[in-house]
Design a protein around this ligand. Structure first.
Ligand code: SAH
Ligand code: SF4
Length: 376
């Protein structure tokens, strides 16, 4: 039996994909890149912005029609945990045989077995407090060109930023045991993996303690003479501070790359977003990080056009970019997600204002990157 896996969205989804591949191989499937040959198609989907959902639903037809007779399609990832999507699957995309959310990945073999033995359709709402996936089989694609591996250290999110769907689809925040994470990292280092990424929606709230975990992850010998590098994503500015920066500076094996999504440069918007820090807090953290971590490389995310964002709020974001000078910036136009507090807020921006601000944001960042490139 041949299985085809298609992963959309973030690095967390890539990591979930590695575990789904691990489980599929354990179940006796052979993986294929050729969807047309597959007996089983597994889609790992993203729901963070409307655009991602629309695109996936646009592609879905190509997965559902044609291909091998009797081919089964499984939809998982964040979209699968949304009630409106489940409704669409029930009423419109009736060829999807199985769907379940990202919070109980470990039950995939059991769910798949149900599909194969009972037939029919299984559209499952995953419990959001399912025990964390501790020791699932993982099958990573590691090549000499892309010698890197993702290690999930926690799942879910309890932050409830006003715009964000993640807490509703990935469930409550749960951390893996440090011993399990360390065993996995040690194994990868000993296998000669060059870059090991520790992943979570907010790694700073890893329990019991993220800076300690980071230091412990950097303490192995590894197989490569050049050693290995530990990177991590994502940090929340509210929870990142001196202990994290000290840990980053403590070992050459810990990458000086810090992705610290600011979202906005306006304290009023940050408050409305429920981010838990001010513009000044953020700038002060960056000052401390730069002072503490030699060669710090700082990247960030910004959302343009959160409901009620005034021209002055937006200007504040531009001046923050000038002040902080990120090496790279991921920019998003605000996308209302049903069920989040922000979706019910008044003050939606007219589309042309949104576009104009977005263009100005891109231009500002491009100039900053060019200037930094020119001046080293
Ligand atoms: N846990 C991470 C990543 C969350 S999703 C974090 O806290 O940073 C990745 C990025 O998508 C976010 O940082 C945010 O900039 C963006 N994003 C999330 N929801 C969004 C929405 N509804 N509209 C536009 N961008 C959004
Ligand atoms: Fe979403 Fe905020 Fe959690 Fe990040 S920290 S996943 S932006 S709710």
């Amino acid at each position: 039996m041949l299985a085809h896996l298609a992963v959309y969205g973030c690095q967390q989804n890539q990591a979930d994909g590695d575990r789904l591949r691990g489980m599929l191989l354990e179940l006796g499937y052979t993986m294929t890149d050729d969807c047309a040959q597959a007996d089983l198609v597994v889609l790992v989907t993203c729901a963070v912005r409307k655009h991602a959902e629309t695109r996936l639903l646009g592609h879905l037809g190509t997965y559902l029609y044609g291909g091998k007779p009797g081919r089964k399609v499984v939809l998982c990832g964040c979209m699968a945990q949304r009630e409106d999507v489940r409704e669409l699957l029930r009423t419109r995309y009736k060829q999807v045989a199985l769907s379940f959310g990202p919070a109980d990945l470990r039950r995939f073999p059991e769910y798949l077995n149900r599909v194969m033995t009972e037939g029919g359709r299984h559209i499952i709402a995953s419990p959001d407090t399912a025990p964390i996936d501790e020791d699932l089989p993982v099958s990573r694609i590691i090549t000499p060109e892309l010698n890197r591996a993702n290690v999930t250290i926690m799942t879910g999110c309890d932050n409830y930023c006003a715009y964000c769907v993640v807490p509703y689809v990935r469930g409550r925040e749960r951390s893996r045991a440090p011993e399990a994470v360390l065993a996995e990292v040690r194994g990868l280092a000993e296998d000669g993996v060059e870059e090991i990424w520790l992943l979570g929606q907010n790694v700073n709230s890893y329990k019991p303690d993220f800076p300690d975990l980071l230091r412990a992850c950097a303490a192995f010998d590894g197989a490569r003479p050049a050693g290995y590098t530990i990177r991590f994503m994502t940090s929340h500015p509210r929870d990142a501070g001196r202990r994290l920066f000290d840990a980053m500076a403590s070992s050459p094996r810990i990458s000086p790359n810090l992705h610290l999504p600011v979202q906005s440069g306006s304290t009023a918007v940050l408050n409305a977003m429920n981010r838990g820090y001010t513009r000044e807090d953020y700038i002060e953290k960056i000052r401390l990080a730069r002072e503490t971590v030699p060669g710090l490389v700082l990247t960030s995310d910004v959302i343009v056009g959160f409901p009620g964002e005034t021209e002055q709020d937006f200007e504040d974001t531009l001046t923050l970019l000038e002040e902080v000078r990120f090496a790279k910036l991921f920019t998003f136009q605000y996308s209302p997600r049903e069920g989040t507090p922000a979706a019910a807020l008044p003050g939606a921006l007219p589309p042309d204002t949104m576009k104009k601000r977005f263009t100005r944001l891109l231009k500002t960042q491009k100039r900053i990157e060019e200037e930094s490139g020119a001046h080293g």
